[in-house]
Unconditional design. Structure first.
Length: 121
């Protein structure tokens, strides 16, 4: 299982951010970020939430990586990310996201009808 310090290191690398960059994106000090990255200290829940927000990562999943809540296996990571990000939008934008997803699903359904897959016997 991925540990919080490994996760934060991966997230920094994926964004090409330094620890100082992450500190600027949160209310945390560069020293605190350094402690979390090297594993010498575990962050308090509020720090985990701030880091998750900076990375636009589902809060619950970050808290789980830090050991504050049990892992959630009910949905895929991408679906949790979509829910987390969508919840931060105003209601009218949330409706646009829902409309877009429905449009994609309708298109896939039409494609299945227009181009059915023939199974060989």
């Amino acid at each position: 299982m991925l540990k919080f310090r490994e996760w934060i290191t991966e997230q920094l690398a994926a964004r090409n951010w330094s620890q100082a960059d992450l500190a600027r994106m949160t209310t945390l000090t560069p020293q605190a970020i350094s402690h979390y990255v090297n594993g010498s200290r575990m962050p308090e829940p509020a720090a985990v939430v701030a880091i998750a927000d900076a990375f636009r990562y589902p809060t619950y999943d970050a808290l789980s990586l830090a050991g504050y809540v049990p892992p959630r296996e009910d949905r895929t990571l991408i679906s949790r990310v979509i829910v987390e990000l969508t919840s931060k939008l105003p209601p009218e934008d949330q409706e646009l996201v829902a409309d877009y997803i429905n449009m994609l699903l309708d298109r896939r359904q039409r494609d299945k009808i227009d181009h059915p897959i023939h199974e060989e016997m």
